[in-house]
Write a protein that binds this ligand. Structure first.
Ligand code: PMP
Length: 396
């Protein structure tokens, strides 16, 4: 019998999908006793467990024949209509996706050919880089910081090349926590409008602001200006429960139609039961729920910053997030966050080294800390341990 070498049998695309060293490293964070700031996991104490249990039972009893049947690819209509009303668009402009992660893959499928230029921030969301990478694009990057992308660098990049799209996370960026100010949003939009550039706005953290209100999204600003080129992504993962895998894309009906056709080949539709459940959970008391979530994350961020201010040597820089789930830390030039990771594991604390968030490399001295998952005491203890590891690394 001939032996099979699977690696020669997989296609080109599979060869591009590689096990990341980070995922291997992160497996170590599952060890008992490790306090982990690594995963971007929402706070489990905020999950609507009791409410979801009651509503799921009711849905199955009363609408079981809908909830358990195949559904339309575009999504469960009442949920699409709810999202449309929430965002001030029409239901034909809304597609329900199986997490925003699916929308990222659909973007690759619909817009990218091998070698297509795609422009994103450095750093940017690792899951987006991974999703796009499978389609073999050429990544162009612009540096991004606490105030979002460097607009001068962005303009220069755009003057040189016209990318298939620009992928941005303007609010509480993953991983940097950055927030693009309103003026920067307006300028960016002008640049996009002049060039007819497609902008993909990933707004996964839209509701997690710590101030009085949210800034208008690029999508909203574009609508006001009559520009149809912004594709908007958001999700119920951070405001209800990520395990439900319910998210949405908002774009012009032509784009929604193409995405719908692409989604058909992936999963036919997002689980109907989950969509009905999300709809039932957001129909009432959603603003109060969002307030609770914001208050919780704000307190957790505060706890982490207090601990960082106390424990970190002055050589280390870190951001002070205005929302979202992350603090972004920069070690002195030449120090490696992966080396720190190993040292930190000995202290039983973990984080994500920043390197993989840079599509074209770099950022070896950066790292991401998530304050979302743990309580105040564990956050403070974790940062105390991390401080010890950092001091240890600086001393070597
Ligand atoms: N975009 C960003 C910026 C994210 O941080 C995440 C999740 N961490 C996603 C998309 C994917 O979210 P979902 O759970 O909706 O797939």
């Amino acid at each position: 019998m001939k032996t099979l070498d699977w690696n020669t049998l997989f296609g080109e695309r599979a060869r591009r999908i590689q096990a990341s060293t980070i995922r291997e490293l992160l497996k170590l964070t599952q060890r008992p006793g490790v306090l982990s700031f690594a995963g971007g996991l929402p706070a489990p104490e905020l999950f609507p467990k009791e409410e979801a249990a009651a509503k799921a039972a009711e849905i199955l009893r009363q609408k079981g024949e809908v909830a358990l049947q195949y559904g339309p690819t575009e999504g469960y209509f009442p949920l699409r209509a709810w999202v449309a009303e929430w965002l001030g668009v029409s239901p034909e402009e809304v597609l329900i996706t199986t997490g925003s992660q699916q929308a990222l893959d659909l973007l690759g499928k619909v817009f990218l050919d091998e070698g297509s230029p795609v422009l994103l921030e450095a750093p940017s969301y690792m899951g987006a880089i991974q999703a796009f990478r499978a389609y073999g694009p050429r990544f162009l990057t612009v540096p991004a910081g606490e105030e979002g992308p460097d607009l001068k660098a962005l303009e220069e990049a755009l003057n040189q090349e016209y990318p298939r799209f620009l992928y941005l996370i303007p609010s509480f960026q993953n991983p940097s926590g950055g927030l693009m100010p309103l003026e920067a949003r307006r300028r960016l939009l002008e640049m996009a409008m002049e060039r007819g550039l497609v902008v993909v706005e990933d707004d996964a953290y839209r509701e997690l602001y710590f101030g009085e209100s949210r800034l208008p999204s690029l999508f909203e600003l574009a609508r006001e200006a009559g520009y149809p080129g912004v594709i908007y992504l958001s999700s119920f993962s951070k405001v209800l429960a990520p395990g439900l895998r319910v998210a949405f894309v908002v774009a012009r009906p032509e784009v929604i139609l193409k995405f719908t056709q692409a989604k058909q080949g992936v999963d036919l539709h997002t689980p109907v039961l989950n969509q009905i459940l999300v709809h039932e959970l957001v129909k009432e008391g959603f603003p109060e729920r969002l307030d609770r979530i914001r208050t919780t994350y704000k307190a957790k961020a505060q706890a982490m910053l207090e601990a960082l201010d106390r424990e970190m040597p002055k050589e280390v820089a870190y951001t002070r997030p205005k929302g979202g789930m992350f603090v972004w830390m920069t070690l002195p030039e030449g120090l490696s966050a992966e080396a720190l990771f190993r040292q930190a594991l000995e202290e039983n604390v973990a984080f994500v080294p920043g390197g993989p968030f840079f599509a074209n490399g770099g950022g070896e001295n950066t790292l991401r800390l998530s304050y979302a998952t743990m309580d105040r005491e564990r956050i403070q203890e974790g940062i105390r341990r991390l401080g010890k590891a950092v001091k240890g690394l600086l001393a070597t």
